[in-house]
Design a binder for this molecule. Structure first.
Ligand SMILES: NC(=O)c1ccc[n+]([C@@H]2O[C@H](COP(=O)([O-])OP(=O)(O)OC[C@H]3O[C@@H](n4cnc5c(N)ncnc54)[C@H](O)[C@@H]3O)[C@@H](O)[C@H]2O)c1
Length: 343
């Protein structure tokens, strides 16, 4: 029996498509909305190949006027909403802040309007560790106040969390919200039928590593090796995409089973262990047997020396435990890169 129908916005994207696999395999039905601004529908073919279920995409830009009304007119009842749809390039958001505020905030408001129309009890939001801003209190805990963040992207996530709190505290509101603050999602589904395939240039470290190894890029630059870390390079918290995807199902289950007391709850979603950029590169070289062409370059403006999660809250309250480590991430990301490059 179906556990309910879940609206997944941004479902053709990297995290959305992997989460749809977990949702289907956990007994949920899925409706996907994606404007395809940073994806294509090929990912849904991967979902079908893995789960045996076809998922249709409704191509709507949620940031456009009347987007919520367009979806509501379809008359589909949603038991829960997972809102992934957003633009996510930190650098681009510095250059084009209005594009980021407009897209990320208007699309959230549309998703909340849809939730309000159906009195949807469960709303899960894709937040980011960037909300903590320039903090040096490590590992970061959910109770830390938001600090200044250097990008419109980060500020749009801070604003989105405030908007959701206001919306679910409004008189008559019935829904509850979980905001999942992702650290560094990476890797691919173990079937290697699904992985990260951005339409725009890949910027995250792991796809940059695999694209360099396969020859799509000549070399990789490590930005800064003079930080106060164990090997001088930045520390990040890489979390396997399927561990991340599973957390969304745990969050939905908790909301739909009425186990969440507070109206709004935020959880860090990282494995809680920092890996340096050089350790990540060496982990890749070990699992792939490929020597990576990389060089050490100057620091990049805005990069924090280290960022990793205190993940006790999600472990205690949602029983989430990561099952994969950096070697698993590199193994799956490399296998996926070879599949998508036809090698
Ligand atoms: N990947 C990361 O490193 C990371 C880290 C922290 C947070 N996040 C957040 O997770 C979410 C998903 O990220 P992702 O890595 O899967 O990115 P992605 O670009 O692969 O997926 C986002 C999807 O949303 C769609 N989209 C964007 N704006 C839309 C709109 N207005 N209407 C409809 N569809 C729209 C895009 O076409 C894309 O398919 C985003 O909110 C992102 O900010 C990602």
């Amino acid at each position: 029996m179906s556990k309910g129908t879940i609206l997944v916005t941004g479902g053709c994207g990297y995290i959305g498509s992997h989460t749809i696999v977990e949702l289907i395999q956990s007994g949920y039905e899925v409706v996907c909305i994606d404007s395809l601004i940073n994806s294509d529908q090929e990912s849904l073919r991967g979902v079908e190949a893995i789960t045996g279920q076809a998922v249709k995409n409704i191509n709507v830009d949620l940031a456009k006027d009347h987007a919520a009304a367009t979806i509501i007119e379809l008359g589909i009842h949603f038991d829960g909403i997972i809102h992934f749809a957003a633009l996510k390039s930190v650098g681009e958001s510095v250059a084009e802040p209005l594009k980021y505020y407009s897209n990320n905030i208007k699309s959230l408001i549309a998703a909340l309007e849809i939730a309000g129309h159906y009195s949807t009890p469960a709303f899960v939001f894709s937040s980011s560790c960037t909300v903590y801003g320039q903090t040096d209190q490590l590992p970061v805990h959910e109770d830390l106040p938001f600090m200044t963040t250097g990008s419109a992207y980060g500020r749009s996530k801070q604003m989105c969390e405030q908007i959701m709190m206001d919306a679910c505290n409004a008189p008559g509101a019935t829904g509850k919200v979980i905001s999942l603050r992702y650290f560094n999602p990476a890797g691919a589904h173990a079937s290697h039928l699904l992985g990260e395939s951005p339409i725009n240039v890949a910027l995250n470290l792991v796809p940059v590593i695999t694209e360099t190894a396969i020859g799509k890029r000549d070399s990789l630059t490590v930005y800064g090796n003079d930080y106060d870390t164990r090997d001088g390079t930045c520390i990040r918290d890489f979390v396997h995409i399927m561990d991340l995807a599973r957390a969304h199902v745990l969050a939905l289950d908790a909301l739909l089973e009425g186990r969440q007391k507070n109206i709004f709850e935020a959880y860090n979603l990282g494995i809680g262990k920092g890996v340096t950029v050089l350790e990540a590169i060496h982990a890749f070289e070990k699992v792939s047997g490929v020597a990576l062409n990389y060089s050490l370059g100057p620091r990049r403006e805005g990069d924090l020396p280290a960022m990793y999660a205190d993940n006790r809250k999600i472990s205690e309250q949602l029983q989430w435990q990561p099952q994969f480590n950096i070697a698993d991430i590199m193994r799956d990301a490399w296998a996926w890169e070879q599949v998508r490059s036809g090698k």
